[in-house]
Every structure is written in C-alpha cells, then in structure tokens.
Design a protein around this ligand. Structure first.
Ligand SMILES: [Zn+2]
Length: 104
C-alpha cells in the first residue's frame, strides 16, 4: 500500500488557544480532486521513519499510485489533528504520476 518515496514536505503545526500542539494535515488529497473530510482518509504515522502517510480513501479504492501524502513529522506528538489546505498552498507535491491539479 505504502512505499518509501521521499516526503512531499514537513507537517505543519500550530498551537491552539489552550496550548495544545495541533498537527495540520492537507484537506485535499494529493491528486487534488477529493476533499479528505468528504471521502475519508487514513493517516498512518511511523515514529521510526518520522513520517506520516495520509491516504485518500477514494484514490486508494481506485488504486491510484499517488493516493497518499508523505509528510515529515517534527517534534513531539500532537494532541490532535486538523485538516487545512491553507498552510500547504504553494507546496508542489512529489507525484509518481505527474498530472494537472484541479483543487476542490
Ligand atoms: Zn483522492
């Protein structure tokens, strides 16, 4: 399911108003066609590799080679996770199969 391709970027974090460390994951799948909140996703973190892989359920069902983001983890484990594309605007994903992006 997952391979050891190079990470696309580092996970973005923020600190909530009550001081929690919150990890922010992209809200759109790597292919750029699905909202992860809508179709569902799987996030699998590997402490050993320091990477979290975020797989789009819709792309995974279609066995798209680019069904998952690979994001580098930094620092201590977050208290919770949010989905937001904003911190990732401008990030160019490392695609196995390059294609035009159609966000939304
Ligand atoms: Zn998708």
């Amino acid at each position: 399911m997952y391979d050891d391709r190079p990470p696309d970027m580092a996970v973005r974090y923020r600190v909530s108003s009550i001081g929690e460390r919150v990890a922010i994951l992209p809200a759109t799948c790597k292919v750029g066609t699905h909202s992860l909140a809508r179709v569902g996703y799987r996030a699998q973190a590997s402490e050993l590799e320091g990477v979290v892989r975020v797989s789009c359920n819709a792309c995974n069902e279609d066995v798209d080679v680019d069904h998952f983001w690979a994001l580098t983890l930094t620092g201590s484990a977050p208290a919770r996770v949010e989905l937001d594309d904003t911190p990732y605007l401008g990030v160019v994903p490392v695609m196995v199969e390059p294609r035009p992006r159609h966000p939304g």
